[in-house]
Design a protein around this ligand. Structure first.
Ligand code: NAP
Length: 233
């Protein structure tokens, strides 16, 4: 049976991804912050759902992931580092150091922690894929072209996550673990931008199909899922 761990699976895009994988018969490991949501997911998806209760910005997360995965004899095939939120304050004067630290802690350190916790199990898979859910706002290339939104905390955090993605690819590719950055589109979730135009369920189906096609020959990149192209780093 194939296995997937999705962080931030309580709602939005993560929840939609969880539902697609559960419907397709995968064993799921949804990471959520609230234990009552964990129970609800387990009730909905049945015995092949093994929730992990944790906050990706907490120091305990790595161990919590390892503890739940250890109970399963199999490998972990897919890790989707999706958990994260946005602060929409724009401009230097409206951004605090606390905002920067908070979002860096979730989007970059959170993905770092979850990948470390899951790595021994990914190494057991013969087709392991890690997808870091990035954002168009994390692209230095777009910002240089004048398309940055001035949302310092979110943009810097996603940009740092992109460097994490590139570093992981460099270290893990030879061991057979593929690592990619994906901008999932402009999703109609609680974190939606004013130009949101895509239902999270549609993007989730597209990402699950895309991950199925990733193999050792797939070019490393920062993929724009709904635009079917790559973004500039
Ligand atoms: N929406 C878009 O257009 C868009 C575009 C580009 C990229 N993204 C990225 O896509 C990902 C999902 O966003 P979304 O639109 O689905 O947002 P969302 O609806 O606000 O959902 C965010 C999810 O992340 C979880 N989360 C937040 N902080 C967490 C933490 N510290 N530890 C564990 N879980 C945490 C939330 O859990 P709780 O329920 O516990 O709060 C929730 O499940 C994010 O990384 C976001 O940056 C979104």
């Amino acid at each position: 049976m194939h296995t997937v761990l999705i962080t931030g699976a309580s709602r939005g895009f993560g929840r939609a991804l969880f539902e697609v994988y559960a419907r397709r018969g995968w064993r799921t490991f949804p990471l959520v912050r609230d234990s009552s949501v964990a129970k609800q997911l387990r009730t909905e998806a049945g015995p092949e759902c093994h929730p992990i209760v944790g906050d990706v910005s907490s120091i305990d997360t790595e161990e919590q992931i390892a503890r739940v995965l250890e109970r399963q004899p199999e490998a972990l095939d897919v890790l989707i580092n999706n958990a994260g939120h946005i602060k929409k304050h724009r401009g230097l004067q409206n951004t605090t150091v606390e905002d920067l630290l908070e979002l860096f802690g979730v989007h970059c350190i959170g993905a770092f922690r979850c990948t470390r916790g899951a790595l021994p199990f990914l190494m057991r898979s013969d087709r392991a894929v890690v997808v870091n859910i990035s954002s168009r706002w994390g692209s230095i290339g777009r910002t240089v072209l004048g398309k940055g939104g001035g949302i310092y905390s979110y943009q810097i955090a996603k940009c740092a996550q992109n460097m994490l993605t590139a570093s992981l690819d460099q270290e893990l590719r030879e061991a057979g673990v593929r690592v990619m950055a994906v901008h999932p589109g402009r999703l109609k979730t609680e974190a939606a931008a004013p130009d949101a135009d895509t239902e999270p369920q549609e993007a989730a189906r597209a990402l699950v199909d895309w991950i199925d096609r990733v193999d050792q020959h797939t070019a490393f990149g920062f993929y724009d899922l709904m635009g079917d192209r790559t973004l500039e780093w």
